[in-house]
Design a binder for this molecule. Sequence first.
Ligand code: HEM
Length: 396
Amino acid sequence: MADTLPPFDPHNPEYFETGLPFDLLADLREQGPVAKTPLGYYLTRRQEADELLYAVDAYGSDMTPGTGLGGVEEVPQEQLFLPEIDEPVHGQIRRLYNSALGPHRTMRIQPFVRETCEALLDALAGDDPVDLHADYAVPIPCEVIAHIIGLPEGGADKLKVWSSDGSVMFRAVCPQYAPDGPPITGYLKDLVAQERLADEPSSHTYKVFLDAEIEGGPLSDTVIAHQLQTMVLGGVHTTRGLLAHSMHRLIVEPDTWAALEADRELIPVFVEESLRHDSPAPRVARRCLRDTTLGGVEMQQGDWVEVGLASANRDEAHYDDPEDFRLDRPDPLNHVAFGAGAHVCPGASLARLEGVTAINTLLDRVATLTPLDGFEYPPLPANLAYSDLPTHITWR
Ligand code: HEM
């Protein structure tokens, strides 16, 4: 059966330039729910994506394709990122994330997010063109996560560097960062050690992790540092993608800008449609924990399966006109951009807050965004990790 599956390589470096090949993904969905990749399998449709994401007993989360393990078979327990931790410990540590990032916390930091967006726009005021990617979409999540963790002055700038150079994805076990790990690990570990000695931890997040009892004991500095690192690697690049895609669309689609300006209540809907249509995390990886069958394909224990969230979010069996960006969908929250099941994103409400606040603040301060003459904007959605979003701004 596997021999007859259509081939697809989601890791093709070409897609960094061109964005995901949505025409090809539509063809693959038509051919069936599973494609064959150089690593294993790729799920193209929503139904099988849901099936896999909820079946935690059959498919284990595995971040190896992104984390540069380079042939390392075993990651020491203390260096595991949250998604890689087995149940029941995963669930116990997840609760700490929920406490640090859940909707009740997000509501409290709304003023900080707003002030951050305002300060970033203040710094851009003037007649020169601005880059809404480097100067708005990138710093917002870095400032917000630095604030949530409780990093000292300058912490957000460090997160910006370590997210941009990709070192946040690595750890000491990775050959290129042995024996101490990338700079972020040592930085967070030193901060956790200082916080442990303080009379009172300086942030709610430190307190939650330092007070936790998991399997009868406290978490070590190394474990906490790797969990805080998971927050950064989960929350910076993805949120930056959401913001960059949103800014990009508002620059090149004046009608959409006008629609949001006329009705601010459409902003959350716009954010959800952006998450669906231009999914910032286009796929997630799993490993089969046992022999299993998915989408009619027999898979063996140890096989890789990647879930094409970006493809599932455009499944024509699930959405009318899936390739269109629409602000009138009957159920805007109906997408899997944040995953589903046991590993569903614990930062979703924070990401939504950042998206809505960034756009609201922009609409408050800016009358028009005009594309720069002669600049070739990448196709939407592209991999916006490295592309500038220059624009002329008419300030209010
Ligand atoms: C638009 C922004 C975001 C998107 C699209 C996104 C997407 C996702 C997805 C698809 C997953 C599931 C991964 C899987 O099933 O393997 C996930 C998990 C996760 N996300 Fe997010 N995320 C975003 C923002 C954030 C933020 C702001 C944070 C934290 C500050 C965060 C932290 C995490 C963590 C820690 C996990 C792992 C959860 C677990 O394994 O239990 N994410 N995210």
